[in-house]
Design a binder for this molecule. Structure first.
Ligand code: SAM
Ligand code: SF4
Ligand code: SF4
Length: 336
């Protein structure tokens, strides 16, 4: 097992399989910036399935046990189910999850399940269509995502729904969403709006903190804390007293968790990022394409991890603004 400079092991790898998306969420890929002229990656710039499989295999030798497939919208990458089937064969990989906006789930849930995938995180920011259609920037109704959720549940998937909360945008949806998914027995996780990338116009005033959300929920529900399942579990979890359903909070802004961050990330074009807020990635694609020797790739990845010192969110909480002004990669490029 390798550890970074802050003694954090490498456990998880998030792989972005495309930078394209069928939504234009204002907080992630605002339509004004990601418009018709935006230059997305070309096919030859994106890692092939063989390259992804190879690099995931090397990461697993270095201690990675969990993979997450993300994007952009990962279900827009052709044959992603086949890729998942292949990744599940890698020795040492115990678990794969996929994060999706849910729009294409009715079409692909069964293929994904047949490939061996069992866990899905589905993003849905509102039930109310005036709010949701504006937020997703493509006028897609919440019913489409809800149908995707239903299809996935019917297929047999274990599901978590993720809701990014933005003040004045969808905070009125906190209670309706909690009520809806409590009744369905599905875990809902509230994600604090983060200052990822440079294009979503983030500021502190738009963040609804875990504390605020918890206070709102407490007026309607009785919640009991649930212990973390494993070291580095990101969500702070609670259970409803009268139901088995859980809620969770991803508190990247108000209560950062860098000290237990065991995640590596690879962008669709094969850059290795040691932090969601990193300004620069390490080019694994050239390495993979120019070097047949897995040992060399292994050594370089190990080196990068062993020199890792990132703790961006902790620094934000501490008010160390110098590190906060740098150029950051966009969320749609790295996949969250
Ligand atoms: N397209 C897929 C989806 O939306 O689920 C996968 C990629 S998306 C970048 C992964 C997750 O990041 C989504 O749950 C999304 O809501 C979240 N996200 C994107 N931008 C964010 C931001 N600025 N703050 C917090 N979460 C964000
Ligand atoms: Fe697309 Fe997901 Fe970003 Fe929304 S959050 S624009 S669905 S990548
Ligand atoms: Fe990990 Fe970087 Fe997020 Fe901290 S800010 S938890 S180091 S990804």
């Amino acid at each position: 097992m390798i550890k970074d400079k802050l003694q954090r092991p490498l456990h998880d790898l998030r792989i972005s399989v495309t930078d394209k998306c069928n939504f234009r969420c204002q907080y992630c890929m605002p339509a004004e910036i990601f418009g018709p002229d935006f230059k997305f990656l070309n096919k030859n710039e994106i890692l092939s399935f063989e390259e992804i499989e190879r690099v995931a295999g090397i990461f697993s030798e270095l201690g990675v046990k969990k993979l997450r497939i993300t994007g952009g919208e990962p279900l827009m990458r052709k044959d992603v189910a086949k890729l998942i089937g292949r990744l599940l064969q890698i020795k040492g990989i115990e678990d794969i999850g996929l994060t999706t906006n849910g729009v294409l789930l009715v079409k692909y849930a069964q293929d994904l399940y047949n490939a061996g995938l069992r866990r899905l995180n589905i993003s849905l920011d509102a039930l109310n269509n005036d709010i949701f259609q504006k937020m997703n920037g493509r006028g897609v109704k919440s019913e489409i995502v809800l149908k995707g959720i239903e299809a996935a549940l019917k297929t047999g998937f274990s599901i978590k729904v993720n809701m990014v909360v933005q003040k004045g945008v969808n905070d009125t949806e906190i209670i309706p969403m909690a009520e809806h998914f409590r009744k369905m027995g599905v875990t809902l996780r509230f994600i604090e709006f983060m200052d990822v990338g440079n294009s979503n116009g983030w500021n502190w005033d738009q963040v609804v903190s875990k504390k605020d959300i918890f206070e709102m929920l407490s007026k309607h529900f009785t919640l009991e804390p649930v212990d973390p399942d494993y070291f580095g579990e990101v969500a702070k979890r609670y259970k409803y007293k009268d139901s088995e359903a859980e809620i969770g909070f991803i508190t990247s802004v108000s209560e950062s968790f860098c000290s237990t961050c065991t995640r590596a990330r690879i962008s669709a074009d094969g850059k290795f990022y040691t932090c969601l807020f990193a300004g620069k990635g390490h080019d694994l694609r050239s390495l993979l394409r120019n070097c047949d020797d897995d040992k060399q790739v292994h050594t370089q990845i190990a080196d990068i991890w062993q020199n890792r010192k990132d703790r961006y969110s902790d620094e934000r909480v501490e008010g160390a603004t110098t590190s906060l002004n740098k150029n950051k990669i966009e969320m749609s490029y790295i996949g969250g």
